[in-house]
Write a protein that binds this ligand. Sequence first.
Ligand code: UDP
Length: 238
Amino acid sequence: MGKPVFKRVMLKLSGEMLGGEKGFGIEGDALSFIAGEIAEAQKLGVEVSVVIGGGNIWRGSTAAGWDMERANADYMGMLATVINGLALQGILETKYNVYSRVMTAIHMQELAEPYIRRKATKHLAKGRVVIFAGGTGNPYFTTDTAASLRAREVGADVILKATKVDGIYDRDPTNDPTAKKFEKLTYLDVISKKLKVMDATSITMCMEAGIPICVFKLDQPGCVSNAITGQSEGTLVQ
Ligand code: UDP
């Protein structure tokens, strides 16, 4: 195992990563694998923050055609991220003995700390994994944008975007075997080519702050640590 090339990382986990093969709900093995990856990464001595999505439970866009206001549906999505955050915290602490804090953008103090930037950075400096839940706290945004926002706020050196694909391709590699993988891209490439990796708002935020994004496949043991030590075979956006 190499040396970390980053000091403070932001791991962006889509909700579907917790849903295992199906991508829905929470699957015990998938959750345990992810928590184990975080525990291993922490042993490298890096500070680990996590933004977790909610798409395995609910997405705001699902409400289109349901005669439901988008904002209402988006708040449901933000709550879904809190369920995922608590699940991850539970297994991190009980199974892996990793101290963590869930901080929510929407206050629900009985079950998690409200997000306060200075508290978050203190937790990270003390070696606690900080799981940011509730997205940005605002409808019409995504948890990718929450990851860019929080990464910038806490001074993360990189966003590690864990996906089911091993990097960014010019076309969807699951439907097209001739799709070509990019080793490196600029932020503007991602926006102008409309590559489906993170939404434009989140990419722009990273571009403004100069935060690199490493897109990698979350499947093999050690994949998160490899991304932290610069040994990932994913795509680097910077
Ligand atoms: N969401 C939101 N504001 C945010 C972040 C998320 O309204 O700042 C809602 C939105 O409805 C979204 C859902 O929460 O569809 C789940 O987040 P996301 O789709 O980003 O999760 P992921 O795809 O990463 O699982």
